[in-house]
Design a protein around this ligand. Structure first.
Ligand SMILES: *[C@@H]1O[C@H](CO)[C@@H](O)[C@H](O)[C@H]1NC(C)=O
Ligand SMILES: *[C@@H]1O[C@H](CO)[C@@H](O)[C@H](O)[C@H]1NC(C)=O
Ligand SMILES: *[C@@H]1O[C@H](CO)[C@@H](O)[C@H](O)[C@H]1NC(C)=O
Ligand SMILES: *[C@@H]1O[C@H](CO)[C@@H](O)[C@H](O)[C@H]1NC(C)=O
Ligand SMILES: *[C@@H]1O[C@H](CO)[C@@H](O)[C@H](O)[C@H]1NC(C)=O
Ligand SMILES: *[C@@H]1O[C@H](CO)[C@@H](O)[C@H](O)[C@H]1NC(C)=O
Ligand SMILES: *[C@@H]1O[C@H](CO)[C@@H](O)[C@H](O)[C@H]1NC(C)=O
Ligand SMILES: *[C@@H]1O[C@H](CO)[C@@H](O)[C@H](O)[C@H]1NC(C)=O
Length: 296
């Protein structure tokens, strides 16, 4: 029936689909109470236009959902794979809810998605490899969840990627070397996981990195090869297993350094000369390294 592929037909289908999706399926609910609380809290009901629902933003022209902002809503349940049908979504913010289970790999169908913010939930399982298909992704924040497994190396396919914050999860394995290919990267925060190994050499394209936070993991080896990324303002490598001497010229090529937190490793060295040029230095923590080895 070719007529049924008309725009109107499709539009109706899509709107019906959305309304169904968003009320019933987007957060597949554990029980009726959850569903009711979701409806109550978000005033999501079928009597008002979808685009007026709390937390839903639609595009002006096409009236398709482009944003979901449902932070601090006490939503329980899990994020439904149907989210992958909201193909105009540019931003998903679910900060501070009680969502659990895996991040559905169908998010990989959201080619317009720029920001995916899942901070403070109970998401578990692996970071979906398919996230690397969201070619417009700029920001992925999922700190303070229960994510496990390794960080997918395919993340380096994201040519616009700027912010990776997956602190406070249960991730293990190494930091993928391919991250060194992400020239747009500004912030990497993997603090408080179970990551190990060496930080891959940034013989690299990472030239815009502002914040490097790998604290509270099990990284080992010599001081990570980040001391010539001159854009760096924040370095947190505390509580790992780094040893050996700091690079002699640490700081010389880091004129913008503001925080230098390296406590709780086995590092030695001298900071006196090289840090004299870091005029913005605001906080320095070198405690709990090899005793009395730091010379000023
Ligand atoms: C639907 O939501 C609107 C706006 O919050 C509210 O005024 C109305 O009473 C709701 N209708 C039902 C049937 O719950
Ligand atoms: C999380 O949301 C709850 C309400 O659901 C609010 O009381 C609490 O302050 C929020 N926590 C944060 C860290 O924003
Ligand atoms: C994504 O987040 C950034 C802030 O980090 C914001 O400036 C930008 O407008 C957001 N994009 C969308 C589509 O919401
Ligand atoms: C990823 O996307 C592809 C293509 O849509 C799909 O076939 C696959 O099942 C998805 N999921 C995983 C886990 O790869
Ligand atoms: C970085 O990108 C180049 C070119 O696309 C590729 O040949 C290389 O294997 C990548 N490096 C890593 C570590 O993924
Ligand atoms: C950092 O230094 C290495 C050699 O030590 C060099 O290959 C690399 O290109 C430098 N990176 C930047 C961003 O300058
Ligand atoms: C520092 O080195 C000592 C001796 O090799 C070792 O016992 C200790 O675990 C190391 N500490 C850290 C934080 O790596
Ligand atoms: C500090 O900067 C000045 C000028 O930018 C340079 O001549 C000097 O060598 C630098 N000091 C160190 C310790 O690198």
């Amino acid at each position: 029936m070719p007529n049924c592929i008309s725009n109107i037909c499709l539009a109706t289908l899509v709107i019906c689909c959305f309304s169904l999706l968003l009320t019933q399926s987007l957060f597949a609910q554990a029980n009726e109470a959850d569903r009711l609380s979701l409806l109550a809290m978000n005033s999501w009901n079928n009597s008002i236009n979808l685009c007026q629902w709390t937390g839903v933003t639609c595009g002006h022209r096409h009236q398709r959902v482009i944003g979901l902002d449902l932070r601090h809503q006490s939503i329980r349940g899990f994020l439904s794979p149907f989210v992958g049908y909201l193909s105009f979504l540019r931003s998903i913010n679910l900060v501070n809810n009680s969502l659990r289970a895996e991040i559905p790999h169908e998010v990989g169908n959201l080619f317009k998605l720029q920001n995916l913010t899942l901070t403070n939930n109970y998401f578990s399982g692996k970071i979906p490899t398919n996230l690397s298909r969201c070619s417009n992704l700029v920001k992925f924040e999922a700190s303070n969840n229960k994510l496990e497994g390794e960080i997918p190396a395919e993340i380096s396919n994201l040519l616009k990627f700027q912010i990776l914050n997956i602190a406070k999860n249960h991730l293990k394995g190494q930091l993928p070397a391919s991250i060194g290919n992400l020239s747009t990267l500004q912030e990497i925060n993997v603090n408080g996981n179970r990551l190990s190994g060496r930080i891959p050499s940034t013989r690299s394209h990472v030239r815009n990195l502002i914040s490097f936070n790998v604290g509270l993991n099990q990284f080992s080896g010599m001081f990570p090869p980040i001391n010539n990324i001159s854009s760096l303002e924040y370095i947190f490598i505390h509580k790992n297993r780094y040893h050996g001497s700091l690079p002699l010229d640490i700081g010389v090529n880091l004129p913008n350094l503001r925080f230098f937190i390296i406590s709780g490793n086995n590092l030695t060295g001298s900071l006196q000369d090289s840090l004299s040029n870091t005029t913005n230095l605001h906080k320095l923590d070198i405690n709990r390294n090899v005793k009395n080895q730091f010379l000023f």
